[in-house]
Design a protein around this ligand. Structure first.
Ligand SMILES: [Zn+2]
Length: 345
């Protein structure tokens, strides 16, 4: 009986006309061999939050495993990250309320927390690429990304003034460059921001410094936990008059092209997971390196679900990072950078 079954199975196989995809899924080694989306330690950029002080490690409540650190602790963590194989970090400043004002003056102080930390990091022997975020929301008392002006002549409503903010972004970029930044990342979503930053850097002796532009940045609810981390929640209104609307699809390519023409070296899409299609659009349209920011909300959702035992944290983390890579990201800014690299080795 058994022989007959085998015979008829063999006969059926002979006549089969369908592909056998499962052949290459047969063993872990085979699957590894044919994988064509590969995460590498150099794919990741580690975000760091720095605040004044010494020996401070204050965990961000909505982002378990992410800390506001004093500069000495930043150095300590970067040394460990470098050991793991990470190549780059991006620095965000955290200020006390009393250090903030309407214009975000601390942002363009050449001795501010970012410049101070850059110098310490560069003197510490850490060789990682130091990227700095260029924006004002962490420095303004109102939490918006630039200086304000009345919405119209007789209006009490105030909006962010584009061109007045540009001048200040340029100054911020030059300060960071002088303090040792290896790359700057304008994130304010002001029109023309890449052009003014490029001009300023070129004019002040930094024509070699690349610009990573937050080119396609949506007004997103997924940024919620970051505002905890950076103490940058807007005191009134929202950021919808300068960040992009997720319901406008085609605008993404316009924004990206404009930043390229202004001199951006790397284009970023932010957030990552809810905008994978946009990342793919940019990948197909441009040949420059692309970055995706797996933002705080994406991180917090995975952490929260994992803490409840609802998902397998490592597996979900890696799957989400692979999805960003597969959609077209060369670089991924992620709070999981260290955990991801540990899984790769
Ligand atoms: Zn901002």
């Amino acid at each position: 009986m058994e022989a007959m079954t085998h015979l008829s199975e063999a006969q059926a196989l002979k006549e089969q006309k369908f592909a056998r995809f499962r052949r290459l899924r047969h063993s872990p080694l085979l699957r590894e061999m044919v994988a064509d989306v590969i995460l590498h330690p150099s794919s990741f950029i580690l975000p760091m939050f720095v605040r004044d002080g010494l020996g401070i490690r204050q965990e961000v409540p909505s982002m378990p495993g992410v800390y506001q650190l004093s500069p000495d602790q930043v150095v300590q963590d970067l040394k460990a990250a470098e050991q793991l194989g990470l190549k780059a970090f991006i620095l965000f400043g955290v200020l006390e309320k009393k250090a903030k004002d309407e214009a975000g003056s601390a942002a363009i102080d050449p001795d501010n927390i970012i410049c101070h930390t850059l110098k310490i990091v560069k003197n510490s022997g850490v060789r990682m690429i130091a990227i700095t975020d260029l924006c004002f929301c962490e420095y303004t008392s109102h939490g918006h990304c630039g200086v304000l002006k009345p919405a119209s002549e007789h209006s009490h409503e105030r909006i962010v003034a584009n061109d007045a903010t540009l001048e200040r972004l340029a100054q911020q970029a030059v300060n960071h460059a002088r303090a040792g930044a290896d790359m700057v990342a304008p994130s304010a979503m002001m029109d023309g921001m890449v052009a003014v930053v490029r001009n300023a850097l070129d004019g002040e002796g930094f024509p070699h410094l690349p610009i990573l532009s937050y080119a396609v940045k949506y007004a997103s609810a997924f940024y919620g936990p970051f505002r905890d981390a950076a103490d940058s929640t807007p005191a009134f209104g929202d950021r919808c008059s300068y960040q992009m609307d997720g319901r406008r699809h085609r605008e993404a390519l316009l924004e990206a092209r404009a930043d390229l023409e202004q001199g951006a070296d790397i284009l970023m899409v932010k957030p990552g997971l809810p905008y994978l299609d946009i990342l793919r659009d940019l990948r197909q349209a441009f040949d420059v390196p692309l970055a995706a920011y797996q933002v705080s909300g994406e991180y917090a959702m995975i952490k929260a679900a994992a803490q409840n035992g609802w998902v397998d944290e490592k597996a979900v983390m890696l799957e989400s990072l692979v999805s960003l890579k597969r959609a077209g990201a060369d670089l991924i800014l992620t709070y999981f950078a260290r955990e991801a690299v540990r899984e790769l080795v």
